[in-house]
Ligand binder design. Structure first.
Ligand code: ATP
Ligand code: MG
Length: 555
């Protein structure tokens, strides 16, 4: 018996009990995405749970594509999903496709007909709706419900053989049209649909419905605990009904937990798909997307995402998590690990009038102020430098601890400088600052005076031009999914592109998977599409502090 160090969630408690009561002897779970889009942060919760449970109890976890809906699925999604699960650091015990069970599922359906538990129904969709009843009134039996077993077997095999047009016949389970649970009112189990399937091609023109295929696929694989989200709670009686009628050797136990909802974003593949197709974002892996691929391109680490899933836990309580919780996870991860670098987002040139013209110094800059083991690098220092425009004012009060005309400031890892003169164009725009530097102040404070502020900088000549992309919330409202027209709540300023930024030379070799802390600015990483351009593009992963919370409390 595993002895997890943390308190167990209700699912792990159930499993612990099932093992000790010998209800099951080993654990098998599955993560069952439909390949109709890219995985999002909500799926990460389900992945961490299913694979995590399997790890904790020395069991197995399958990756199974629930691919029963060929219209919306495609192989691009399959490879993206595999890549995301692997990138999160999980290995499936088996890779399965529900579509590879189509023969078995067909046989199960035939078995149900033979048990007089399923019938071919020829009602039109409209008529079927009328027969279904409502939440407050019972449904009516279909006139085709009393077809004989022989007739049903014949009609079903004709459905399979392509003798009927799409949508004209369905196979339905014979349960109870008066059930208070609408899912049990003779649900459809097979429909006719002529569509090329990405795995089975044109072999089939009938496809099983999700509720039928899902539970039976679980049973075929010997899943012991079928973990799914709360909206399937009402489907559980149907899940169990199929397994009971068909007396499958294994009877998996369905357990529901609450979905992850995250503020200011969307966790629905269908809606995320609309963002892509309607060009609100560049692609599924746009760094603003809550997809796993978007988060990865943005610079999130697998560890941060897993830590997030750990922190939110697994319960049956529906809630919406603040974006700040996710951001804190990546901030903490990168705060520990990310090397520091100097980058000037909004460059203002300064010339040190008393610095020798042709001199360049290589100054030592630690890669992490608290971690000597992360070593240091050399940054070039020269007569002309860039600082950030926001770090200069012609006049300011004492609270402003940066560069002011006539005053001093320290350049990080370098010297104390003093602004002597401001050069402007005819429209009063500041073009350049003329400064002096104190050669005695490299790595030490001047003895006769206090210099409080420290700002960052790069050498003008020996730095690289870069484009920097700053991201904000994708939506302007906390719960866009509840809006009638969620696309109208998109934040038009979710991407701010800064051109002609200057970054230190050493970032020449940056890789997309390596995040940096640009000192005083935040955490950044090279955009993975950047090799397509001459100018490197960096994404801001997250700010140094939770600026959003500050804005929220200020009102
Ligand atoms: P979507 O509406 O985004 O398509 P889905 O539930 O239809 O979501 P599936 O591909 O069927 O997507 O999901 C695979 C698994 O991931 C399921 O077990 C599902 O319950 C789980 N899952 C999906 N979204 C979330 C979420 N927001 N939080 C937790 N688990 C989720
Ligand atoms: Mg779905």
């Amino acid at each position: 018996m595993p002895t997890p160090s943390k308190p167990q969630d209700f699912i792990r408690q159930t499993i612990t009990n099932d093992l000790s009561n010998k209800k099951v002897s080993s654990i098998t779970t599955r993560f069952p995405p439909e390949p109709n889009g890219y995985l999002h942060i909500g799926h990460a919760k389900s992945i961490c749970l299913n694979f995590g449970v399997a790890n904790d109890f020395n069991g197995q976890c399958n990756l199974r594509f629930d691919d029963t809906n060929p219209d919306k699925e495609n192989p691009e999604y399959i490879s993206a999903i595999k890549k995301d699960v692997e990138w999160l650091g999980f290995q499936w015990s088996n890779l399965f496709y529900a579509s590879s069970y189509f023969d078995q599922l067909y046989d199960f359906a035939v078995q149900l007909i033979k048990l007089d538990k399923a019938y071919v129904c020829s009602l039109t969709a409209e008529e079927a709706r009328e027969h279904r009843g409502s939440l407050t009134s019972a449904g009516k039996n279909s006139p085709y419900r009393s077809r004989s077993i022989e007739e049903n077997l014949d009609l079903f095999s004709q459905m399979k053989a392509g003798k009927f047009d799409d949508g004209t016949q369905v196979l339905r389970a014979k349960i109870d049209m008066a059930s208070p649970n609408i899912n049990l009112r003779d649900p459809i189990i097979y429909r006719i649909r002529r569509a090329d399937h990405h795995q089975t091609g044109k072999t089939w023109c009938i496809y099983p419905m999700y509720d039928f295929a899902h539970g039976l696929s679980d049973a075929i694989e010997g899943i012991t605990h079928s973990l799914c989200t709360l909206e399937f709670e009402d489907h559980r009686p149907l899940y169990d009904w199929f397994l009971d009628q068909l007396k499958t050797p294994a009877h998996p136990q369905q357990i529901e937990f609450s979905r992850l909802n995250l503020e200011y974003t969307i966790t629905s593949k269908r809606k995320l798909n609309l963002l892509v197709t309607n060009h609100h974002v560049e692609s599924w892996d746009d760094p603003r997307m809550p997809t796993i691929s978007g988060l990865r391109r943005r610079g999130y680490t697998a560890n941060a995402i897993k830590d997030f899933c750990d922190r939110i836990g697994v319960t049956k309580v529906e809630n919406t998590i603040e974006m700040g919780v996710l951001e804190n996870c990546i901030r903490e991860d990168l705060g520990e690990k990310a090397p520091r670098a100097l980058a000037v987002l909004n460059p203002l040139k300064i010339t040190l009038k008393n610095y020798p013209d042709d001199q360049t110094e290589s100054l030592n800059a630690p890669n992490h102020p608290q971690k000597e083991e992360m070593d240091s690098r050399k940054v070039p220092f020269s007569k002309t430098l860039f600082i950030d425009r926001d770090d200069f004012r012609e006049q300011a009060n004492k609270k402003y601890k940066r560069l002011v005309l006539g005053k001093e400031v320290r350049l990080r890892y370098a010297y104390v400088i003093k602004c002597e003169e401001v050069i402007k164009d005819e429209n009063d725009n500041i073009l350049e600052l003329i400064c002096s530097y104190d050669a005695q102040t490299l790595g030490k404070n001047p003895e006769d005076r206090k210099v409080k502020g420290v700002i960052h900088w790069v050498s003008a000549e020996q730095s690289i031009e870069s484009e920097i992309r700053l991201y904000d919330r994708l939506f302007n409202v906390a719960n866009p999914a509840s809006e009638e027209d969620f696309e109208s709540t998109i934040n038009p300023n979710s991407l701010k592109t800064l051109k002609k930024c200057r970054i230190e030379n050493s970032l020449n070799n940056a890789q997309p998977s390596q995040a940096y802390q640009f000192e005083r600015e935040g955490y950044f990483c090279l955009d993975s599409s950047a090799n397509k351009t001459d100018i490197p593009i960096f994404n801001r992963i997250v700010t140094l502090r939770d600026t959003w919370a500050k804005i929220a409390t200020k009102g």
